[in-house]
Design a protein around this ligand. Structure first.
Ligand code: SAM
Ligand code: SF4
Ligand code: SF4
Length: 370
């Protein structure tokens, strides 16, 4: 291997980080960051565009026709994404989630799924390949995604009441079409399906019980997500957050058949706390991103649509990797750069929320991927 210096460009105007590519980190399937957290999950954003304008994510006043979305030439190609994913899997990634923006807007996404499916893991266990979607195009695309090798989907749905849902997605999209997408995905075998509901005070907290009731008898797992201070455009304030504790309390108090019992996590880095209905009904999860941080078990790395690596959802800058892919770096150089990014990681934004200054400019959820 060469002993060149490989520049990794942080976003914004921060100085370049220089990487010694002669200090080689072998890909052994285990890579630890500075807080001894292994690299396990990769979230890949395949587009920064969306057909919804959820008030908590892409408010229409900001994400209008003048918003500077990425030009097509800046997007990583499927070949570039797959190359990075393969190198990251060799470093320990076992789960890949496609996200965005709305991932189903990316043309021929099933081709990318097929390419990712071909990646071998160090121990031969198949990759867990999943996708988060708003469900608008799910009925139409579920079969081709399944055929290409997708394991399962997570679908976002913030209300059962059409008026509330339309107010939240701000593009007049109706609940029935998302529910239809969920049904089609379920019939095809893209499960277990998780349903994500972001709860924002004053908008949809009265939908907690109807949503819980609706999904209680379904095979799907409903997860309530605390409204987060991600990005800079949603005008987040603490008063808009309904805590997971309040949500669990509200459901349990609503009627005798809705009482919840805590479950053990499936695995250590699971973001959701799991609950089940005492009467044997289905499972419910709460993601307490604001009120109870889970940074110490955070094993997620995010790849933006244009090829920047983010070691935290709340990061102010990413590490530019596209230049390496489009330059003459070989796999060993890139693998080494990826290892360096993870090994330098010390992020724990949620743990420190309120105790420190936020990065001057936080990256948007629609750009980095949820
Ligand atoms: N468009 C797809 C969707 O909505 O499922 C995928 C991308 S979206 C950014 C991923 C997840 O992030 C969604 O479940 C969404 O509800 C969640 N999300 C977006 N903004 C959020 C915020 N401010 N707080 C909490 N969750 C948020
Ligand atoms: Fe689009 Fe998903 Fe953000 Fe809603 S949450 S605006 S569907 S990216
Ligand atoms: Fe992970 Fe950052 Fe979220 Fe903490 S704040 S759980 S480090 S993404």
């Amino acid at each position: 291997m060469t002993s060149r210096f490989i520049p990794i460009h942080p976003q914004n105007d921060s100085p370049l980080l220089s990487l010694r590519s002669d200090i080689h980190t072998p890909a052994r399937g285990i890579l630890m960051d500075r807080l001894q957290r292994p690299l396990r999950d990769l979230r890949i954003s395949v587009t920064d565009r969306c057909n919804f304008r959820c008030v908590y994510c892409m408010p229409s006043a900001v994400f209008d026709q003048n918003y500077p979305y990425l030009p097509h030439k800046d997007l990583l190609t499927f070949e570039e994404i797959t190359r990075l994913a393969r190198l990251l899997v060799a470093h320990g990634v076992t789960k890949i989630r496609l996200t965005g923006g709305e991932p189903l807007l990316r043309k021929n996404l099933d081709r990318l799924v097929g390419m990712l499916r071909q990646i071998d893991t160090p121990d031969g266990t198949p990759l867990d390949l999943t996708l988060t979607t708003n469900g608008a195009l799910l009925a139409q695309k579920a079969q081709q995604l399944k055929d290409a090798g997708l394991n399962r989907v997570t679908v976002s749905l913030d209300a059962l009441d059409d008026a509330v849902f339309k107010k939240m997605n701000d593009v007049d999209f109706s609940v029935s079409e998302v529910l239809n997408g969920i049904d089609v995905a379920h019939q095809i075998g893209l499960g277990p399906i998780k349903i994500n509901m972001v709860v924002k005070a004053g908008m949809n907290e009265h939908q907690i019980i109807p949503m819980a009731r609706h999904f209680k008898t379904s095979p799907h797992i409903l997860r309530f997500i605390e409204y987060m201070d991600v990005g800079d455009s949603n005008g987040w304030q603490m008063d808009d957050v309904i805590s997971s504790q309040q949500i669990i309390h509200q459901i349990s108090q609503s009627s005798p058949d809705m009482q919840l019992v805590a479950l053990e996590p499936n695995y250590r880095s699971e973001t959701a706390q799991r609950w089940r209905y005492r009467d044997g009904g289905g499972e419910v999860g709460v993601i307490s991103s604001v009120t109870q941080s889970f940074c110490r078990d955070c094993t997620r790395l995010r790849l933006s649509t244009e090829g920047k690596l983010y070691t935290c959802l709340f990061a102010g800058h990413g590490h530019e990797i596209r230049a390496l892919l489009r330059g003459n770096a070989d796999d060993a150089d890139i693998s080494n750069a990826l290892a360096y990014v993870w090994q330098m990681r010390g992020d724990r934004y949620s743990e420190l929320r309120g105790q420190q200054n936020s990065p001057t400019k936080k990256v948007e959820m629609s750009y980095i991927g949820g």
